[in-house]
Design a protein around this ligand. Sequence first.
Ligand code: ADP
Length: 545
Amino acid sequence: MNGLMLQKQLLVSSLIVHADRHHGDTEIVSRRVEGDIHRYTYRDCHRRARQLANALANLGVQPSDRVGTLAWNGYRHMELYYGISGMGAVMHTINPRLHADQIAYIVDHAEDQYLFFDLTFLPLVKAIAGRCKTVKAFIAMTDSAHMPQDSGIACLLCYEDLIEGSSSNYAWPNFDEDTACTLCYTSGTTGNPKGVLYSHRSSLLHTWAAALPDALNCSARDVVLPVVPMFHVNAWGLPYVACMVGAKLVFPGAGLDGRSLYELLEAEQVTFAAGVPTVWQGLLGHLEREGRTFSTLKRTVIGGAACPPAMLQKFQDSYGVEVLHAWGMTELSPLGTIGTMKYRHLTMSREKRCAVQSKQGRAVFGVDMKVVDANGQELPWDGVTSGELLVRGPWVVRNYFRNEGGNPLRIDADAHGWFPTGDIATIDADGFMQITDRSKDVIKSGGEWISSIDIENIAVAHPAIAGAACIAARHPKWDERPLLVAVKRPDARVTTGELLAYFEGKIAKWWMPDAVVFIEAMPMGATGKVLKNQLREAFGDYLLV
Ligand code: ADP
């Protein structure tokens, strides 16, 4: 017997309709690439998204056509989020930090019909325009006064002209909630980038789960600043979450340095901000140098890479900002786990609670996870036994766009498909998962595994160290041994011996790095993570010579 409830397709457009209807005068504030601060409301955003949908239809964009964006976090990007997906086309957010060849590959692979870009990325667009065979026109996200002259791009359109020339009279179409809405490529540190194609349904379910109190805990009383880019897994879903709950949104544009972020956080009275550890390092550095504190910021979600306990403590103890440590990946839309406390954690000592918060957290409802050994056997939730982390759920990838790389799923004895994350983790009795490594970064010393993340977390707590990466270096006796690659803070002095002494008593003796190499700067990837493969290429033989 079926239930007798109304059927309503879960569509992305319903989010902006809701935000307009119930929070119409709530603000969206953006730092623009033109240099000024722009502010308008959800009502304005909805109107312009409808104008954009009409403009796209006039350009001939059909349902399921891919439309690319190369843009910072800003109100025009927000309009594209809703205008493109809302009309039934697929928004393809492109990471501008990738190499131009990779971007040209991705645009071609996605068969993008149009490409919207912020003016910052004009040189990039010029470099790839000739190679993007499917792109009918490039659209500069600016007004006619700021349009580039003599760009050499064959078909270049102006965003504001498109909007102004289009009616706001547009009814969002109703269609199957399994229709694709967004396409996002993984950064492809190994092999070709792979496209993850989210559906309206998966995005809506993810939004509901992400907004919950034990997840991002967002409400209409929040002012949300997503520092995490809208070109990287939909800014962790925040442009959707903000509409669902009616939070004020603040977009940082290209101003991701500590000073610009701090100015915006204070001026707009931000209560909740989201970003990767490297960005927060810049912000904390600014606060320290200038002797500032936050007047409104209450919570920050940190993910994308492990949040070192030292950063967690600084936010919480020095600045009174609660840290939510989260784990996810492009293939998970991205939220998988988040480190919000359970009731019994509240009475723990600060140190013990910090240890729990340093883990990557417990699964949000909708994500099922387990750790398995090399034979696929499930391992105990004892917080010690580590294995490969597998996940499944309605916002976990089933297959990559165009079957790139083949079917990724592992089928278990019960015929359930699980997505192998490539992460090595433990899960404790409370369900808190802790990543010890990515499988390709794990250090295998004499057959035993050493966690590079644990070693890095200790290194960056040393006052002289600005950044650290621990890699597997080849070793004649033990196969691999940990080698610590570190960047000193400006003007700081520390010797190898002093740094290694700092580890004593903090880890098992056999986990001690065999050596330390100091470098000037960490090689960083397009999503703000250290490129350990480059470090392995450079220093993999360090212990052999
Ligand atoms: P990429 O394209 O680099 O894979 P993702 O954002 O999808 O970009 O990266 C996902 C990976 O990032 C995860 O599989 C995990 O290894 C790492 N990661 C994400 N969040 C955390 C975290 N909180 N702690 C440790 N590693 C993390």
